[in-house]
Structures are given as C-alpha cells and as structure tokens.
Ligand binder design. Structure first.
Ligand SMILES: Nc1nc2c(ncn2[C@@H]2O[C@H](COP(=O)(O)OP(=O)(O)O)[C@@H](O)[C@H]2O)c(=O)[nH]1
Ligand SMILES: [Mg+2]
Length: 192
C-alpha cells in the first residue's frame, strides 16, 4: 500500500473507522441469507443458499462505499427466536426481512418486529425493512407494509422500507444504499 494511505486520521476518517454491526432478522426462509450473500458477493456470484440451521448464524462482511467502512451483517437463523438475544449486544443497525409473496404472515412478522424494536439492546436503532420476493400483484405492497408499520409499531427515528423483486441485483443495490444512508444519518458525528 502506498504512503498516501498512511496519513494521520482526520475527524472524518475517525467517524468512518469502526466497522458496523448490523443484525439481519426475520422468519425462516424469507431470504435473509440470500440477501446478505447478494450484498457481499453480488448476484452474479451467488451461491445456492440453504436454510440456516436452527442453531446457526452467518456473519458476512459487506463493504460500504459511501461510509468507507465495513458493515458486518449478522444473519441470524429465523428458527433461533428464543436464543437470538445473545447476538443483540453492540448492534448498530437492524435489517428485517419479510416474504412479500406470503402476505398472510405479515401480522406475525410485524409482531416479531415489534418485540425486537422494544428490546433494550435494539431500541432506537436505524431500521431497514425489506419486502423480499416482490413479484405478482397479490404481493404485499411496500406502501401497505409501511402503513401497517406506522399503525402497529413504535418506530425508531430512522427507518425505511424497500421492496426487493425476485433476484433483482438492482433492488439489492438500492436497499444497500438505503441502509448506508440510514447508518450515515445515525452516526453520532453525522454532519448536521
Ligand atoms: N424465488 C425466490 N427465491 C428466493 C428469493 N430469496 C431467497 N430465495 C430462496 O429461498 C430459499 C430460502 O432463502 P434463504 O436466504 O436461505 O432464507 P433465510 O432462511 O431467511 O436465510 C433459498 O433457496 C433461496 O435461494 C427470492 O427473492 N425469490
Ligand atoms: Mg438463512
């Protein structure tokens, strides 16, 4: 690495120097691992994901061009609901994934999300909700999801909803940009 990389840290560099811990949660099979791999590897290099085992989690490093710092995505198995709290400490952002092609589970998912938003280790953190597998007209729409969230949840100051159409790299990239934006705005040293 050249000498230019060894300059003294400025305030701006300090702001972006620490890696971020992002928790990725949601019911089993909603596409969490698929999305996290899509962010870390890109859709064209995707591997086939298998349902994350009940006792397992993955951690993937995703580089964040805007923040210039890595985000560590903690992809926790949807079957670990009773034990997932042990992974919460130190989390700086939350991604919650729903399967938009199964709107029948939306209220269950919102209830689950509600318990996360009320957890003392997650309260107030920036939240990105992903409606994965957007496709047919029978799908849950992001607008409907937003209005249900406003009605049923005590939302943190920074939150957003993104739809991800089936296997769309463009939508995955947009969602990652949105997450970066939320994390940037939540930084304690964020520019006013
Ligand atoms: N058709 C379709 N399949 C998907 C999508 N996202 C994930 N999958 C598949 O659904 C299955 C479960 O996804 P996975 O990411 O393992 O779910 P997780 O349990 O939430 O981590 C895998 O076979 C994925 O390839 C999607 O947007 N559309
Ligand atoms: Mg998984």
């Amino acid at each position: 690495m050249g000498a230019a990389a060894c300059t003294a840290g400025s305030v701006a560099e300090d702001k972006h120097s620490q890696p971020l811990k992002i928790l990725v949660l949601g019911f089993s099979g909603t596409g969490k691992t698929f999305i996290v791999y899509g962010w870390s590897l890109g859709m064209s290099n995707m591997v086939k994901t298998l349902p994350t085992d009940a006792a397992m989690f993955n951690v993937e490093k995703v580089m964040s061009p805007k923040l210039r710092q890595p985000m560590y995505m903690w992809d926790i198995s949807g079957k670990m609901t009773s034990r997932r709290r042990s992974y919460f400490l130190g989390t700086q952002g939350l991604v919650y994934v729903l399967n938009a092609s199964q709107p029948v589970y939306m209220m269950d998912a919102l209830q689950d999300l509600n318990s996360l938003l009320n957890d003392r280790d997650l309260k107030g953190l920036p939240l990105l909700v992903l409606a994965n597998r957007l496709g047919s007209e029978e799908n849950l729409s992001t607008k409907e999801l937003e209005s249900q969230m406003k009605e049923h949840l005590k939302l943190p100051p920074l939150w957003s909803v993104c739809g991800i159409r089936t296997f769309s790299q463009e939508d995955l990239s947009q969602a990652l940009l949105k997450l970066e934006d939320l994390m940037d705005r939540s930084s304690p040293t964020a520019d006013a």
